[in-house]
Write a protein that binds this ligand. Structure first.
Ligand SMILES: Cc1ncc(COP(=O)(O)O)c(C=O)c1O
Length: 385
């Protein structure tokens, strides 16, 4: 009986996994992420009855989950009646070994976003009314959560011209009231990667005074993740946290998994506010165990992403646009109309993207999709430009 049920589940899951990978057109209601966006940048829905040809607004990776992860999910689903007790510890160990740290230096959670929020709650309650310093614009989830818990947010504009973190100014603003320094490398929404030597030296100095949080969600899309990461600073015992996610290179955004690398005491303190293996599912944990060290898949996923990124660069050049060179799975470029109009007109063509306004300029951020999706973007851009 058990075996029959298992095989039946496996076969039907394999079939539905194949079906998910295939379609180029998504139904209208596939666009559904109101929890993610702020009202001013929320892409509008496609016209009534329209189809979404390309969802390029949430920096997802259409090449995941990997075949090994899909197989693990289909097997794990049949064990869904069991608590996944030991799998969290197994995954933590696997990640710790890969990163060269102790098991206690890894904190898992359903998505790195929930760890950003847990850290926000911990630091804003540890120092009521304290200030979090970040670049502007950057990924805002941690600071928004902290502000809800009474923190102040000190935004440091990106450098003029190259739109990099202004590390010198950020360091200058560290004071008695600072509760945390947040750095996003490479940065969302610009895609710009910080010089690794400068960043490590910055973390050396700042972490001696105040905790530093480096969000490395997109690090796998840089030319050399090990070189650009500050996990080396964690290994030196510094007061620094590194956030990583399975949502990007591993293509598991919907499965929800992320982790923090940091000092054991800090992670224990943050885990009182969120994180830990309790919120993780049997399917997600076993998928992650199956793909975390799958170098072939990581290489494939990256190669496909880079192919789309190169196509996007060429498309933008051909249509007379400039862009910021990206170390991520998205590209930001200045646009020639109001951001809201650009978003609406692209959505009328069935393509969702996001817009920003900073430095007196409107910008479009477009995520890397499959080549047919990038072609849909290119066709739509031509129509509306
Ligand atoms: C910079 C950055 N950090 C964290 C996250 C959260 O990712 P997740 O919660 O899916 O791990 C995102 C999502 O896009 C992001 O762009």
């Amino acid at each position: 009986m058990q075996l029959n049920r298992r095989n039946w589940l496996k076969n039907s899951l394999m079939m539905s996994a194949g079906a998910v990978a295939a379609p180029a057109l998504l139904p209208v209601n596939a666009y559904c992420e109101p929890w993610l966006d702020t009202p001013e940048t929320m892409p509008v829905m496609p016209p009534k009855g329209g189809v979404l040809k390309a969802r390029l607004s949430a920096n997802e990776n259409p090449y995941g989950p990997s075949p090994k992860a899909l197989k693990a999910i289909s097997e794990a689903a049949a064990d869904g009646y069991l608590y996944p007790f030991s799998y969290g510890a197994q995954l933590r160990k696997m990640i710790a070994e890969q990163e060269g740290v102790a098991d206690e230096q890894i904190l898992l959670a359903p998505g790195s976003g929930s760890l950003l929020v847990a850290a926000a709650m911990y630091y804003s309650n540890a120092k009521p009314g304290g200030t979090i310093i970040s670049a502007d614009p950057t990924y805002e989830q941690l600071m928004r959560a902290a502000v809800q818990h009474g923190a102040k947010w000190d935004k440091v504009p990106l450098t003029a011209g190259d739109y990099d973190h202004n590390l010198a100014e950020m360091e200058k603003r560290v004071g008695d009231n600072t509760s945390l320094m947040y750095v996003n490398n490479p940065n969302n929404p610009t895609g710009v990667t910080i010089d690794p030597v400068a960043l490590r030296a910055f973390v050396d100095r700042v972490s001696a005074k105040k905790p530093v949080f480096v969000d490395e969600a997109y690090i796998h899309y840089t030319s050399d993740p090990k070189k650009f990461s500050v996990i080396e600073n964690v290994k030196k015992g510094q007061d620094v946290l590194v956030a990583r996610t399975f949502s990007k290179i591993y293509g598991m955004a919907g499965l929800r998994l992320g982790y923090l690398v940091g000092q054991p005491d800090t992670l224990a303190a943050i885990s009182k506010w969120g994180g830990g293996p309790g919120g993780l599912t049997m399917t997600t944990l076993r998928a992650a165990l199956a793909c975390y060290t799958d170098e072939d898949f990581i290489k494939y996923s990256l190669a496909k992403g880079l192919e789309s990124r190169e196509f996007l660069y060429q498309t933008l050049k051909t249509n007379g646009y400039t862009y910021l060179a990206s170390g991520t799975n998205f590209v930001l470029f200045p646009i020639r109309m109001k951001g809201e109009d650009f978003v609406t007109r692209m959505m009328d063509q069935g393509v969702s993207i996001r817009q920003w306004k900073f430095d007196g300029q409107y910008w479009c951020r477009v995520s890397l999709g499959t080549m047919p999706q990038m072609q849909a973007f290119a066709d739509s851009l031509k129509v509306i430009s």
